[in-house]
Ligand binder design. Structure first.
Ligand code: SPV
Ligand code: MG
Length: 532
């Protein structure tokens, strides 16, 4: 059912309806969840929420833009307090059309003069509109509405302005004749007497809405007994939040701590729930591309490092800082950037000093006498399809990880720096082709790795980063098992394991890049890394 139709039903059915004030998207949602059938978009509380006065200090477009958030977050109809219609009949026509566009179900306009003043302020400055002029505004609004069920409520301010019952009835009659769907009769008295007198005299000629802010002691049974169509609780959600905000701001200010605050505020997950985060989560599942396999990482950070001039006396090289961040933390950030949420770090030298957020740890007791393959074997259980294996002492530019992941397959894919082709570094690599430039690096296969590659034949150097796919997991585990069996595991390098995989006839893919990384194994490496 359209919200307009629903609002019309609420005010025309025999049973009383209750409209609750809201002034923002979140308050509107809270009101709906409380069980209310309709919303009152209060001019007073929307202005107050912006910290301005209820004197048309907000422009009409600021109001309509804001109210759009309230209708977007709710499914119950909203009756907007349209003040005096923000001008003459022409402004009123524009208002009605705009309100329909933003999903507002109805509007109330009051027979005062623009810019209006809140009805409870200064009785002496509540000039009433000329009746004919106001009736023209009602007609213009009704003529312009596109949806026949859009509701226009005419609000009679004669009692507020102190003109008495006779004037109130005269105006109600005129507004009704001009086409208003309902009358809102307002009073500033703490007794409902003048409202009841009006209701008795009006005799149900049209639906009537009340705002019992001042005559709040009146039992709702009395409104029911007089066939009131709808009661508007006009400002209580905002007033409740003001009290809560004042108390909490003061408490935290005085305590300089959140200790007494946290138990007395809505939980953060309640905020997320009200914002509709649950919907976004399921939409993400539906619309975002999913990685076939989630990304995880094993980082080998057991070694002390060579010559750092004492910098690594109490921390392993992976914890040395580059541009203010430990090398390991930077690496984890780089991996997290590509969706890696599960990292295991193998620690050894000064294990207690290796402490980075978001990682789990495996400790190597004999890191002094063992090498890379031994460390990897300690984390063997973590080797799953979609695992990055990396040395803990490399500093990278992210495009290297990106290129590796783009080329990654079910096999094993290794990142190779072709700028070091022909150099005598360890972990030399020979592919079935040299790096022939930016657009020709796809599909290169490993032919040899490590000492088996004479420097002059090398196409580059493995940078200490590889990706293992589903098949690669099995091959790498087999290689670890074989090294364990022949007693070479303890001293073996990762390159040795890769050589075994290759020797067993399995394909290893090579992804070339040029520079953009540093291996921080000594002071010179640390200097290189700072330039990245
Ligand atoms: C409002 O809520 O803004 C109203 C009702 O117009 S009252 O404040 O009582 O005028
Ligand atoms: Mg108002």
């Amino acid at each position: 059912m359209r919200k307009t139709t629903r609002l019309r039903q609420l005010i025309t059915r025999p049973e009383i309806a209750f409209l609750m004030e809201a002034h923002s998207g979140i308050s509107a949602r809270i009101v709906e969840e409380a069980g209310f059938e309709g919303l009152w978009g209060s001019g007073l509380t929307i202005s107050a929420g912006f910290g301005v006065r209820d004197n048309n200090e907000l422009s009409w477009t600021q109001v309509t833009d804001h109210v759009a958030f309230m209708t977007e977050t709710t499914s119950i109809p909203l009756l907007l307090d349209g003040d005096t219609g923000y001008g003459n009949f022409n402004n009123m026509r524009r208002l009605v059309r705009k309100l329909e566009q933003v999903g507002v179900a109805g509007v109330t306009i009051e027979d005062k003069v623009f810019p209006k003043t809140n009805s409870f302020l200064r009785a002496e400055v509540q000039p009433l509109a000329d009746i004919d002029e106001f009736c023209g505004k009602i007609k213009a609004g009704k003529d312009r509405q596109g949806d026949p069920d859009f509701v226009l409520v005419a609000r009679v301010e004669a009692l507020i302005a102190g003109w008495g019952l006779g004037e109130a009835l005269k105006r109600a009659e005129a507004h009704h004749d001009a086409g208003a769907d309902a009358i809102l009769i307002h009073s500033r008295q703490s007794s409902p007497a003048e409202i009841f007198a009006f209701l008795d005299a009006w005799g149900g000629r049209s639906p009537v809405l009340l705002v019992p802010t001042k005559y709040w002691r009146t039992p709702t049974a009395d409104f029911r007994a007089r066939n009131v169509s709808a009661v508007i609780w006009a400002n209580h959600v905002l007033r409740a939040s003001i009290s809560a905000m004042q108390a909490m701001a003061k408490q935290i200010h005085d305590d300089e701590s959140l200790l007494n605050a946290e138990p007395n505020v809505a939980a953060l997950h309640e905020v997320f729930r009200l914002q509709g985060d649950g919907e976004l989560e399921s939409a993400e599942k539906r619309y975002l591309p999913v990685r076939a396999t989630p990304l995880s990482a094993i980082v080998l950070a057991a070694g002390a490092g060579a010559d750092f001039g004492g910098l690594n006396a109490n921390v392993p090289k992976a914890m040395l800082k580059v541009q203010g961040r430990p090398i390991l933390a930077r690496l984890l950030d780089d991996f997290a950037h590509f969706g890696c949420r599960n990292t295991v770090v193998v620690r050894g030298y000064h294990a207690e000093a290796v402490d980075v957020a978001g990682a789990r740890f495996v400790d190597s007791a004999d890191f002094e006498t063992t090498g890379e393959a031994h460390s990897l074997a300690l984390a063997e259980a973590e080797l799953t399809a979609g695992t990055l294996v990396a040395f803990g002492d490399i500093v990278l530019k992210r495009h290297i990880v990106q290129a590796l992941l783009e080329e990654a397959t079910n096999a094993i894919t290794i990142a190779v720096d072709s700028a070091l082709a022909g150099a005598g570094e360890p972990d030399r690599v020979r592919g079935d082709r040299a790096d022939a430039g930016r657009f020709s690096f796809d599909g290169v296969r490993l032919e040899a790795i490590g000492d088996a590659v004479p420097p002059r034949d090398s196409h580059g150097v493995w940078i200490g980063l590889l990706h293992v796919g589903a098949d690669g997991v099995t091959w790498l585990r087999d290689a670890i098992g074989a090294a364990r069996t022949d007693g070479t595991l303890a001293r073996a390098s990762i390159a040795d394991l890769l050589a075994r995989v290759h020797a067993a006839g399995h394909p290893i893919r090579v992804v070339y890049s040029r520079g953009g990384w540093a291996n921080v194994n000594d002071l010179a490496g640390l200097v290189d890394a700072s330039g990245l």
